[in-house]
Design a protein around this ligand. Structure first.
Ligand code: PLP
Length: 282
């Protein structure tokens, strides 16, 4: 199994990172996860552009173009014969004697990437999942896909401990996003999702869903909704690279709408499936 370390392919067991890597010590870096269907990456350009963008937002210069990164990742997918899975990649601000301020320009970012087998969560997508609510305690730059995920992992852990699949975060009354997903509600046939501000990660899946809505005459509004709106929604779903479009059918022990995946969520899933087939074949 090959991984990428600073642009080179090596065996995973050979990969070493410095104990003073800034990703390791400060969470000082950015990352992406891209899904692989039929050996091909889905929405790779969007993910890689977001990666470069996240880098810029933290003054981390990623010394590759989208095209160069894509070529490297495609090569790794081929080498590892990965058919259905994910590719994970991250750039940190590199290794240097521990000091909060950035190191000099001579310290190069550390780049690692690997592939991993991952089934599609077909059961959850079909039957829906449970979620709980949790106050969003994260910082105010959730638009950056940074390695700092403490708020996210603590929220997810609470969900896991309660037998829930996802934690829906809210800042006061306003619903922001899941611990590792975006959240949307459906009310009277219309989809509502938090606007792409500093309070959420602008999910690639979320963007694809919005596009699909526009192309197929499904009403969609990028405006924040409240806990009350969530409670009275006809349908709720989460979206992410790994979970795709997963219906949330129970929140805090209470059924959402009818308690089963709703019609708008189901048609979005069908349309999303067609997008996957279009880009990656079937
Ligand atoms: N929001 C957060 C906090 C995430 O970690 C993720 C991704 O895992 C998402 C949203 C969904 O983003 P995407 O659809 O690009 O995977």
């Amino acid at each position: 199994e090959y991984v990428i370390l600073n642009g080179e392919f090596i065996e995973r067991s050979e990969a070493k990172v410095d104990i003073e890597d800034r990703g390791y010590q400060f969470g000082d870096g950015v990352y992406e996860v891209i899904r692989i269907y039929n050996g091909k990456m889905f929405t790779a350009d969007e993910h890689l552009e977001r990666l470069l963008d996240s880098g810029k937002k933290i003054d981390l210069n990623i010394p590759y173009t989208v095209g160069e990164l894509k070529q490297l990742l495609e090569k790794m997918i081929l080498k590892n014969k990965m058919e259905l899975g994910i590719v994970y990649m991250q750039f940190t601000r590199g290794a240097s004697p521990r000091n909060h301020a950035y190191p000099g320009a001579d310290v190069l970012p550390a780049f690692t990437a690997y592939t991993r087998k991952a089934e599609r969560p077909v059961d959850s997508m079909k039957n829906g999942v449970k979620a709980l609510l949790i106050e969003d305690i994260r910082w105010l730059r959730c638009d950056i896909k940074s390695l700092n995920l403490l708020g996210n992992i603590m929220a997810k852990q609470k969900a896991a401990q309660s037998g829930c699949y996802e934690a829906i975060q809210h800042r006061g009354d306003t619903v922001t996003e899941g611990s590792s997903s975006n959240i949307a509600i459906v009310k009277e046939g219309k989809v509502y999702t938090h606007p792409a501000t500093n309070l959420i990660l602008n999910g690639i899946t979320r963007r694809k869903i919005n596009e699909i809505c526009h192309e197929n005459g499904i009403a969609v509004e990028e405006s924040a909704f409240t806990l009350e709106g969530l409670k009275h929604a006809d349908e709720v779903f989460m979206s992410s690279t790994s979970a795709e479009i997963t219906p949330i059918t129970e929140i805090e022990g209470k059924p959402v709408g009818s308690g089963t995946p709703g019609p708008v969520t189901k048609s979005l899933q069908d349309l999303f499936e067609k997008e996957i087939e279009k880009q990656c074949g079937n």
